[in-house]
Design a protein around this ligand. Structure first.
Ligand SMILES: [Zn+2]
Ligand SMILES: [Zn+2]
Length: 249
């Protein structure tokens, strides 16, 4: 079976295994509501924020960016015990369905193949809450709320940015300059020959820059000029992950 037919098969299976009650707008709305709810509560609770407390925002942002890079590289692209489901949804499914030259969702139902479930976003907020409480106890309530709201909005932004990259290129959101550039960064990550090594940040590629994992231009030029199906690099670069992906089909 050709690589392209396998891709179609993985897509068809993923779509047919989805609940018929799935509502993409509810999924998107719930994801955004979680961020807005935390923002609303935090804004209501913050008072007389001191300059040092505002610093929590950039510090949490940088830490979240580092966490995004690490989790994407070591959990989403490597099968780990107890976290298999996250890997399976990402490498053999999301990466198989969307490739650099074919990044677009074909229907809104495919939002499910791009975004994590809203309860996952809520779970990330809950996991952050004890840290926010700790900050509130040892420092100040403002610091705790700023930590919680920054981490929550980061998580929601990750989902929205990722979805924006997978919208049709003609979509007005995708045409915004900065989104277009970030989309290109993520699209190269979607080349199966590059996915295990390059462009792990989905939001701002800060930690890709720090770790030197921004795919070099000569590499993307070379890879872009070689058709996926006939490429030896496909086998060479990611033999394990790709075999796992295509073998499942
Ligand atoms: Zn993607
Ligand atoms: Zn990936």
């Amino acid at each position: 079976m050709s690589f392209e037919s396998r891709r179609e098969l993985v897509r068809a299976r993923a779509l047919s295994s989805m609940s018929r009650w799935y509502n993409p707008w509810l999924h998107l709305g719930a994801t955004m509501s979680i961020g807005l709810a935390v923002l609303a509560v935090a804004l209501a609770r913050l008072s007389d924020v001191r300059p040092l407390e505002w610093l929590v925002i950039p510090v949490v942002f940088v830490m979240a960016n580092g966490f995004e890079w690490r989790v994407h590289k070591d959990v989403l692209h490597r099968r780990r015990r107890l976290l298999e489901v996250i890997y399976d949804r990402h490498t053999p499914q999301h990466h198989m369905i969307y490739t650099t030259a074919d990044m677009e969702v074909r229907s809104t139902r495919e939002f499910r193949l791009v975004m994590i479930p809203a309860f996952g976003v809520a779970g990330a907020v809950l996991v952050t809450a004890p840290w926010a409480l700790l900050f509130a106890k040892v420092w100040s309530a403002n610091a705790g709320w700023l930590l919680l709201v920054t981490a929550s909005l980061y998580m929601v932004s990750y989902e929205l940015f990722h979805l924006a990259y997978h919208l049709p290129a003609t979509n007005p959101i995708g045409r915004i300059g900065v989104i277009r550039r970030l989309r290109e960064h993520h699209a190269w990550h979607h080349d199966p020959r590059l996915m295990q090594r390059w462009n792990f940040n989905v939001t701002v590629p800060l930690f890709d820059w720090i770790h030197g994992t921004i795919a070099p231009k000569e590499l993307t030029d070379r890879v872009g000029a070689t058709p996926l199906a006939s490429s030896d690099m496909l086998k060479e670069a990611n033999a394990g992950a790709l075999e796992e992906a295509t073998g499942k089909a």
